[in-house]
Design a binder for this molecule. Structure first.
Ligand code: UGA
Length: 433
């Protein structure tokens, strides 16, 4: 049976490793971060994902962690590169982790293995720098002494495990047929009869599919966000009904039309910036993607403007921000819109309080509260940003401890009528007033 190594144990590497181990595959997880490996060895997960800790417990017998790269390479038949590919300050992609992992794999290669790039990398990276690094560090030849493939990841944080166990499709970009065959067989074994399309193609197409996918989804959400702003100017209009109406058109589909202040996370912002920069270098303008990034970066400012229209100057006002993760059901705050919102509020002299049930970090210069009620208490304005489930159960009574209750609900999860009956001003992003 295959033994599978994962180089990089972030959300993607760890979730995929745990999912594979839970299906009976022998897995070895490697990470340069020794503290992370120590924690995982002690049975403590390093990311928060719904359902992952239960599956992790079941999978423990099939999974082992190491901070020795050689050990991971030597034991495995298939090695997944799942390290991060963050943005550089100019928006271009930082490949240093991918290059380092490729070199480590090359140095450890002691026989034929399949190397699979799962990290998000620009077209040409796998057959370019990844292949070169492995070949030069190993003195071996791609497609003869080792296999190489690209296998982009589409899991979402917050539903990472579910997405891995039941993917929409598997994309395989293969350096040669043998590499594609080995990877397809691995996935078919993992999926165990669960039927999904498996697309076999060139490494470059596979790399580009990942970027095009994230760009399309981000544009789709931006579209909803843009129309949400228009709805607010039309009494009687609401964005959820408008998006439901268009989502029923099969050509559009109902997903990724939930409007909010703006989108964030570790993927959309960095991937959109990277593909824009990449295209620019090729002399092509991805105007639509650039515009989505521009519209998105204005989201927090739009909400601050709504705030000012409701309570006037924000100077010395106390503002409660509910939700600082970039979406619910994750502890991840990377590129979280709430952080940008807090910056905007502080720049206008507001005093900001924040609450989040799971956030791994909070914006600097804000008061961190332990419950929504503590956060709401004594504030001049509440802005609900992240649609955590627990916020849906907040009652108008919970807001009566505000100085003079005014609430902005950017996700339309509070009951407007119930709030108004209690004399609370509730403005919902995307609802005409
Ligand atoms: C995204 C993609 O959805 C995954 O397919 C991909 O694998 C991943 O990036 C990646 O490249 O690694 P993720 O960033 O975890 O996944 O989360 P999403 O669910 O896509 O949400 C991204 C942002 O869009 C969040 O801020 C979320 O609140 C926002 N969003 C999403 C909306 O505002 N409305 C929606 O309808 C959907």
């Amino acid at each position: 049976m295959n033994k599978i190594a994962f180089f990089g144990l972030g959300y993607v590497g760890l979730t995929t490793a745990v999912a594979m181990a839970s299906r009976g595959f022998k897995v070895i997880g490697y990470d340069v971060d020794k503290a992370k490996v120590a924690s995982l060895k002690a049975g403590k997960l390093t990311v928060y994902e719904p359902g992952l800790s239960e599956t992790f417990k079941e999978a423990l017998k099939n999974i082992r962690f190491t901070s020795e790269a050689n050990e991971a390479v030597n034991e495995a038949d298939t090695i997944f590169i799942t390290v991060g590919t963050p943005s550089k300050p100019d928006g271009s992609i930082d490949l240093s982790n991918v290059i380092f992992a490729s070199r480590q794999i090359g140095e450890g290669l002691d026989g034929y293995k399949l190397v699979v790039v799962k990290s998000t990398v620009l077209p040409g990276t796998t057959m370019g720098v990844v292949r070169r690094e492995i070949e030069s560090a190993s003195n071996k030849k791609c497609c003869r002494d080792f296999g190489l493939a690209v296998n982009p990841e589409f899991l979402r944080e917050g539903s990472a495990l579910e997405d891995t166990l039941k993917p929409d499709r598997i994309i395989i970009g293969e350096a040669d047929k043998a590499s594609g065959d080995q990877l397809e067989e691995l996935w078919r074994g993992f999926l165990n009869g669960y039927e999904v399309p498996i697309v076999r193609t060139t490494p470059e197409n596979a790399e580009l599919i990942k970027y095009a996918n994230n760009a399309f989804l981000a544009i789709k959400v931006t579209f909803a966000n843009m129309f949400a702003r228009l709805c607010m100017k039309i009494p009687g209009a609401d964005i959820d009904t408008v998006m439901k109406g268009i989502g029923l058109d099969k050509r559009i589909g109902p997903y990724f039309l939930n409007a909010g202040m703006s989108w964030g996370g570790s993927c959309f912002p960095k991937d959109l910036k990277a593909i824009v920069k990449f295209a620019q270098e090729k002399g092509v303008r991805l105007g639509l993607v650039e515009e989505a990034l521009r519209i998105n970066s204005k989201g927090p400012e739009d909400v601050v403007q709504i705030a000012e229209s409701l309570i006037g100057s924000l100077k010395a006002k106390v503002v409660c921000v509910l939700g600082v993760t970039f979406k619910p059901d994750t502890d991840d705050v990377r590129e979280s819109p709430s952080f940008y919102l807090v910056d905007e509020l502080k720049a206008r002299g507001a005093k900001v309080k924040c609450y989040d049930p799971k956030a791994s970090a909070f914006p600097s210069g804000c008061e961190i509260n332990k419950s929504p009620k503590e956060c709401i208490n004594g504030s001049d304005l509440v802005i609900l940003v992240t649609e955590w489930n627990e916020f849906k159960y907040l009652n108008p009574e919970d807001f009566l401890s505000m100085k003079s209750p005014v609430v902005i609900d950017t996700r339309r999860i509070l009951n407007k009528r119930a709030f108004e009956e209690k004399g609370i001003k509730l403005v919902q992003l995307g609802v005409g007033v």
